[in-house]
Every structure is written in C-alpha cells, then in structure tokens.
Design a protein around this ligand. Structure first.
Ligand code: ZN
Length: 115
C-alpha cells in the first residue's frame, strides 16, 4: 500500500538539499528523492524512527537539538559528514533501521544513549 506520508521532493527541498541526501523527514512527512526509494524499506524505516524522535521532542525541540548537536560535532570532527553521522538521532536511526519493530518498542528519548 502506498503510504501517503511518503512524498517526492518538492522543488524547494530539491534546491535546498542538492545531492546531499536521498530523503528528509519533516513531521509528519517523509520526502524522498525519487519514486524507486519508496521500495527501500530500510530507508523508510530509518525515516520513521526520525518521525518517532520528532514526536517525542514535540517536533521543534528535535530540530533545535539536531542543529546544535550537528554544529558541536562539526567543530569536534572538522567534517560535516562525520558530524552528521555522529548526531545521536542519526546514530539511533542507523543502528536500528533494519529492526522494523523498533519504532513500536523504542523507549522515550532513547537517542540519549547515542550521545
Ligand atoms: Zn537520518
């Protein structure tokens, strides 16, 4: 079944993210670069973990925390890609994206374990 919350990148997101990423999650939507990615269940599960994290942080706090942690880790690692990979939300999502039950069993604010 086609998930109505999974949407192709609108032009503004395409312009903003250029080639950096195949997908981006802005509650309650998961934006994907192309139609084939819809079938990538691991990627979609990764983004669904971000949806859960966003709900747990009342959406706005998630983005604020995400940006601050990214900037701090960019200073530490001196690489934007390594900084991105080490954001606690991303570490939690990457380490659990193959567990399709994770969004149903994860603990509240469990990203803190990945700081
Ligand atoms: Zn992610």
């Amino acid at each position: 079944m086609k998930d109505k919350r999974v949407i192709l990148f609108p032009w503004i997101i395409k312009k903003l993210v250029k080639s950096w990423t195949a997908s981006i999650t802005i509650f309650p939507f998961i934006f994907i670069r192309n139609e084939q990615l819809r079938a990538n269940t691991i990627l979609i599960n990764h983004e669904k973990i971000h949806i859960r994290q966003q709900i747990e942080m009342l959406i706005l706090l998630f983005y604020l925390w995400y940006v601050i942690e990214f900037l701090m880790k960019w200073i530490i690692y001196k690489s934007s890609f390594t900084a991105y990979q080490n954001i606690s939300f991303e570490k939690e999502a990457y380490q659990n994206e193959r567990n399709f039950n994770y969004i149903h069993t994860k603990k509240f604010w469990s990203f803190l374990k990945y700081l």
